[in-house]
Ligand binder design. Structure first.
Ligand code: ADP
Ligand code: ZN
Ligand code: ZN
Length: 786
């Protein structure tokens, strides 16, 4: 079995498909005849085709260049596109080729390597080039209406008087237009070397853009459209202290620093072992070696970026740092993107979307918590940012560092095979911080001993919390289920609060007095009696974070209890405020979902209680154990980080479960080995490659019929005999928002084989006859959840 990763899929996947009468998108920039390039191939965000041909000469007389953003007529509307190449041949008859409508002349073109990255992603994930490129651009650049404003904000357009033009300009002024005169005089008053930014011009005259354009055309003023500095730096601030690296960190930094060309690393170290410190040192070396070098650092979650951002900024106060995530306002995100694109930003820090950032001098990529599922985009282009990071590193011949305490099986297997170089940090970095002890609380045994639970909390856990309260330490209770109770039930007739639109229950949110479906968003008031039999004894069944919070407050009235989950942090900034409160010691017991598990370095938390991990053990998904292990390891890592001994208590009815046993021993390696053994026996990833076709329709039968037709269509496709097409099956949660969903898994022993098959199969899916009517379908490459 070869350990091929996405980077090896390039050969097959990079070959895009063409369709219809539009241009063949297989033209690369080298196809263009530099003597007479008149036709621009433009990628547009549409599933119709990769590229469309236009006359490259734009109304301003200039020729559009590859990598430029343009507005083009598209059918009856206009669209923003990216010029992918210039050429002088087209399949479209010349008299039917329309001209480009406008170009963003101030934006430096996207680099050929960026276009290649988009082309690869489009080929690999089976999307049109424009469907990859345009969503990868910041929102303000996708809208021609906002181009000008963005240009102003970036201080890009500046004007100055041409030497000796003052008299001509004055003579041309309309005497009564006072503000225009004021603008002209302000320009004249400035020294001819002094540029006036457009926003300043606007303060003199609201019609400044139009006037200045006229004067520019007349030759009286000249314009500079260079992009000015976008990011603030603090060159006078000293960098934060760098701890002296311990030996394993030293070795890791050295290995990364000595790498030449493409060099993938797996940095494996428990939480708190000093991985971030290794990233920072490796980045420092790269940034110091070349004054233009850029580094890209990916992190999983938005709520992690402020902390990490502060840490990175403090270490490199003199270097421009751009931050990219979906929580930023449009204009801000666009400016940050621009700073990366122009090369001004030396460090680009962001969530998965940042992997598609344009960064012309990229020299190092870091992917923190590489196993995290949020690196996989779950809609639209369903890409894996981690996988694309590896591809991009290979394309650019640079190092990429994948860091994790619990690497994904895919990455681990590649490291085991030697395809990635493994760097290990065995101990926690701070001298006084040891790994927490992990204890499994066997709930069956608790019952046998007749030690009753209190609202889902066992005696040992309650005692442990008590002890923390007595010592003034903090406890963290983890329960990955928000709301008060997952379902409301009638004792007498068996009614359950089902969602009428989904095969799921409405979750009771007690403080808000609502029932809510977490899948379709349906909300209703809490009924006072059973809707079926009228019984007034309807009761919440099971527990969510709200109920645990309430129970803790009742049980420990002296304690300050806080809850952090998606409900308690809806207001912007409230999550940060709550985390600040925990750090400041204003909270004794913190209850939270996944949101509290990641990244946060809680210095006074010495107890982590895992309330209910068992639900994950019955999942049909073969990755469930891997994800459970990773998330419990992560939340366990919150305990005992600063010299206080940490303890993790896991309540379970299945204390023999391998994931829990391995966790208690801190034995990732053993757990991974057993997982890989099972996966190999069952021919599952990383020993096989998968594609998931899902279909949805009001009626399940139609969804299934579509999948069966898709399966029939596969017969005769190139490579069909080398892939395995599983039977179409209903999804484990069949109905969501009145749509019934089914799926079909396709597997193969190698990525290129699977890619070749899918490339031939996909175009047939649009036309499977009656079976396809009204069915919405999606094809996901390398699906993460099955
Ligand atoms: P990780 O990213 O693996 O969770 P960090 O790099 O955040 O680990 O390090 C955990 C803690 O240990 C941080 O407070 C960090 O400042 C500290 N630390 C890291 N490396 C060292 C070192 N070599 N000596 C002392 N403290 C260190
Ligand atoms: Zn009832
Ligand atoms: Zn619903």
């Amino acid at each position: 079995m070869v350990a091929d990763d996405i980077a090896d899929a390039a050969a097959v996947a990079a070959e895009p498909q063409t369709m219809g009468t539009h241009s063949s998108s297989s033209a690369s920039p080298t196809d263009a005849n530099p003597g007479a390039p008149r036709i621009a191939r433009v990628a547009i965000d549409t599933p119709a085709d990769d590229c469309f041909d236009y006359l490259a000469a734009s109304p301003d007389g200039a020729l559009a260049a590859p990598g430029e953003l343009v507005v083009v007529p598209f059918g009856r509307r206009s669209a923003v596109g990216v010029v992918v190449a210039l050429t002088d041949v087209s399949d479209v008859p010349e008299d039917r080729i329309r001209p480009i409508a406008a170009r963003v002349d101030w934006l430096p073109p996207l680099a050929p390597t960026w276009i290649a990255l988009a082309r690869f992603a489009a080929g690999y994930y089976q999307r049109r080039l424009g469907e990859v490129m345009l969503p990868a651009l910041p929102p303000s650049l996708r809208e021609p209406d906002t181009w000008a404003r963005l240009g102003d904000r970036a201080r890009m357009v500046r004007y100055r008087l041409r030497p000796g033009a003052a008299d001509a300009l004055r003579a041309a002024l309309p005497a009564r237009a006072k503000t225009v005169v004021a603008l002209a005089e302000a320009l004249i008053a400035r020294d001819a070397r002094d540029w006036m930014p457009l926003p300043v011009a606007r303060t003199h005259c609201s019609a400044a853009p139009a006037r200045l354009a006229e004067w520019e055309a007349a030759g009286w003023v000249e314009a500079s459209r260079d992009i000015g500095p976008l990011l603030d730096v603090a060159p006078d601030r000293p960098p934060s202290a760098r701890p002296a690296l311990h030996a394993e960190q030293e070795a890791a930094v050295a290995a990364i620093g000595q790498a030449t060309g493409y060099a993938p690393f797996l940095l494996h170290g428990v939480t708190g072992s000093g991985k971030t410190e290794v990233y920072l040192h490796a980045m420092e070396a790269v940034l110091a070696a070349d004054s233009a070098a850029q580094v890209l650092m990916l992190v999983p979650e938005i709520n992690l970026t402020p902390q990490l951002q502060a840490r990175v900024a403090a270490r490199f106060p003199a270097l421009p740092l751009a931050v990219l995530h979906s929580g930023l306002a449009d204009q801000e995100r666009s400016l940050q993107w621009l700073a990366a694109h122009t090369g001004e930003a030396r460090i680009v820090l962001g969530t998965r979307m940042a992997i598609m950032a344009s960064a012309p001098n990229l020299r190092l990529i870091v992917v923190d918590e590489e196993h995290d599922t949020s690196y996989k985009q779950q809609e639209g282009l369903r890409y894996s940012a981690r996988d694309l990071a590896v591809w991009r590193a290979k394309q650019l011949a640079i190092p990429v560092v994948l860091g994790s305490a619990t690497p994904s099986m895919e990455t681990w297997w590649r490291a085991e095979q030697g395809a990635y170089r493994k760097l290990v940090l065995r101990e926690r970095a701070q001298a006084d911080a040891a790994l927490p002890t992990v204890r499994l609380i066997d709930l069956n045994m608790e019952r046998q001993r007749q030690r009753p639970m209190y609202e889902g909390l066992s005696q040992p856990l309650l005692e442990a919390i008590d002890a923390r309260l007595a010592r003034g330490e903090q406890s963290l209770l983890f329960l990955n289920r928000r709301g008060y109770a997952p379902v409301l039930a009638c004792d007498s007739c068996g009614w359950l609060s089902g969602c009428p639109r989904c095969s799921a229950y409405l979750v009771l949110h007690r403080p808000e007095r609502r029932l809510r479906c977490h899948h379709c968003g349906l909300e209703s008031p809490v009924p006072h009696h059973c809707p079926d039999c009228g019984n007034v004894d309807i009761a919440p069944l099971g527990r969510g974070t709200q109920r645990i919070e309430e129970a803790l407050a009742a049980r420990f009235p002296q304690a300050r209890v806080a809850r952090i989950d998606a409900d308690s942090t809806r207001r912007k900034g409230s999550a940060q405020a709550m985390f600040d409160g925990v750090h400041a010691g204003e909270v004794d017991i913190l209850v939270g979902t996944q949101m509290v598990a990641k990244g946060h370095d809680f210095q006074r938390v010495t107890l982590v209680g895992i309330v209910h991990p068992d639900a994950a053990m019955f999942s049909h998904d073969f990755r469930a154990a891997e994800h459970l292990f990773a998330s419990l390891m992560q939340v366990s890592g919150r305990a005992g980080r600063a010299g206080l001994a940490g303890e993790v208590l896991i309540q379970t009815r299945y204390p023999d479960a391998p994931a829990l046993q391995a966790l208690a021993r801190h034995d990732y390696d053993g757990f991974a080995a057993s997982q890989l053994r099972e996966r190999r026996q069952s021919c599952l990833p990383p020993f096989a490659y998968q594609v998931l076709l899902t279909a949805e329709h009001r009626e399940l039968e139609h969804s299934l019929a579509f999948l069966r037709a898709a399966r029939d269509a596969a017969i005769g496709c190139a490579g069909a005999e080398e892939v395995q097409l599983h039977d179409p099956v209903p999804m484990s949660m069949v109905r969501v928002y009145n749509k019934e969903r089914a799926q079909m898994l396709v597997e193969a022993g190698s990525r290129p084989l699977l890619q070749r098959f899918v490339a031939g199969w996909l175009p047939l899916l649009d036309d499977v006859g009656d079976a396809g009517r009204g069915v919405r379908w999606q094809l996901e490459i390398d699906p993460l959840r099955i």
